[in-house]
Design a protein around this ligand. Sequence first.
Ligand code: NDP
Length: 466
Amino acid sequence: MSKAEIGLIGLGTMGAALALNIADNGFDIAVWNRTTAVTHDFHASAGDLAPRITPTDTLEELVQSIAKPRAIILMVPAGQPVDDQIAALRPLLDDDDLIIDAGNANFHDTNRRAREAGDLPFLGIGVSGGEEGARFGPSIMGGGKREYWDRVAHILTAISAKHGDTPCATWMGEEGAGHFVKAVHNGIEYADMQMIAEVYGIMRDGMGMDNAAIADTFAKWDKGVLQSYLIEISGKVAAATDPKTGAPMLDVIVDAAGQKGTGRWTVIEAQHLAAPIPAIEAAVVARNLSSQREARAAGETLFGTAPHHMPHDTLTLDALEQAMITGKILCYAQGFGMIAKASQEFGWSLPLPDIAKVWRAGCIIRSAMLDDMAAALGEDAARNLMFAPKFAELLKSNHAALRQVVAQSALHGIAAPALGSGLSYFDTMRTARGTANMIQGQRDFFGAHGFARTDGGEGHHGPWGS
Ligand code: NDP
């Protein structure tokens, strides 16, 4: 029997879908899973694709089933399982065999693993799109030595999502560059989801709209500037009915958001880089607060329910859409700004326009706006996206609506932290003379830190002691 072109370890949700996708694209694949029964069940249910899949019971058998030089994808939980799996696999491999970690690794771990691998081939790739994406076309962000990427690029581009004819699989740079870009993708995803949840809350609690009307609104927005996967699925979530009770599905879902930590990693890294991503930070904080259900209920008892309901015509749905457009641009501007900062800091030369392109299909944050973002970043990757002419125009015509929405939410006690922080970011970035002169004065007063003067020179001190 001929040998497989690639191997895969970890037939969970993502690994099984990815293995089927690889087989579906005409590549023979050998698979192994820690629990052997899973391997055989997977093969038995692979249907027409089963002949392209070699199930194996041991790591040795897996390795022997793959053509040299081998390439093996790991799709196991991030962290120690990846290190354990590499340690178990390496002694069985030749020196030119390639290990590819395709899970959601922290990019610092990928940096370390790439260094530990030394001359042994290793790649860390970010895969986005969930189970559906993995099965029918994910967005793939590669990191590691370019020559290793080139060895498997034909498989990864074949299985990736396509935007028109363009594959959404790109090499981002050395070591953990792919996993870093995936982390920022997830950060943007957190902020976009949070902003959508906030406008949902305004429609539900402020404007008194029912789920059907909310679903219709998202469906309408999905045909305009906001066209995106997240807006589309939000409409579908709002429209769904609970099969158990017949109630709207949203009404029976507990309001505590889960998270696997990638948003938090992005925020921690942004702080290390001093890269401002306030909308993403607000979204992570909002998820953390959402889990404090008992405390929130106690707060409502203690302080009373906020007024919430907005008198008729306080806000229009058009204003909400415009606020969402503004918030979304600002959140992407922050994410790309962080990528640009990391690129400088880590000496990675991250390809910002290509990153926008790779996110246009297959991944969770795919959206119509990314086409224009790719073009704007292609003109000038170092420029804040909010200053690119296309987005500056959109911000000019829509930021007043964001101001209205944030102000009315505040007046009616509806929390809108991501939209609010987006607005503060916008106002900060359009104010030439800010207020940090006061901070510099304070720092000099208590710590003699010195300040720069508007009429020139550094290291001046105030007359505080006299
Ligand atoms: P699952 O929990 O569905 O599957 C995990 C797989 O890893 C199983 O095959 C499991 O084997 C195996 N496994 C677990 N622990 C070990 C271990 N210590 N050693 C060897 N194998 C182990 O996870 P997912 O498929 O959802 O996720 C896999 C990776 O993909 C993660 O890094 C995740 O963050 C990432 N990812 C997930 C996405 C998603 O939407 N689910 C999206 C993008 C990335 P066994 O059958 O024996 O338990």
